[in-house]
Design a protein around this ligand. Structure first.
Ligand SMILES: [Zn+2]
Length: 129
């Protein structure tokens, strides 16, 4: 049996159907199981599964989340990423410097950094905190 992501998602959702669907759970569960059986026999039922589980907001949301997780796992992508320092807002402990003669600004991110002179006019930068 091929492991299409929607097939694994449908297998994974089965125990949650009664919580997700309440009174609709039994009929959906029966339909899901029938489709999974057809999949075991090599039939292409992925779109039927998606139609079935996409009918209800609760199952649709659950499947989407599951597929997104599988997708990121299989590609080795993590959802969080490291932002570059200074890219978005101040880094804690950063010091800001400005040129007294023009609008040049420079941010000190690491302790060992020495403020440069202004590249425009050569003035020594002053702290601007
Ligand atoms: Zn300057």
């Amino acid at each position: 049996m091929r492991h299409h992501p929607i097939i694994s998602a449908a297998e994974a959702i089965r125990p949650h159907l009664s919580t997700l669907l309440g009174e609709h759970a039994e009929s959906v569960k029966t339909a899901v199981e029938a489709l999974l059986n057809q999949a075991k026999q090599g039939q292409e039922i992925e779109s039927e599964l998606l139609d079935l589980l996409g009918k209800y907001p609760a199952t649709s949301a659950w499947i989407n989340k599951k597929l997104a997780e599988e997708n990121s796992l299989s590609k080795g992508i993590t959802l969080s990423y490291n932002e570059l320092p200074g890219e978005r807002g101040p880094v804690s402990g950063a010091k800001y410097y400005k040129c007294p003669s023009c609008d040049y600004r420079w941010t000190k991110i690491l302790d060992w950094q020495t403020p440069p002179n202004c590249p425009e006019d050569g003035s020594a930068l002053v702290e601007d905190n």
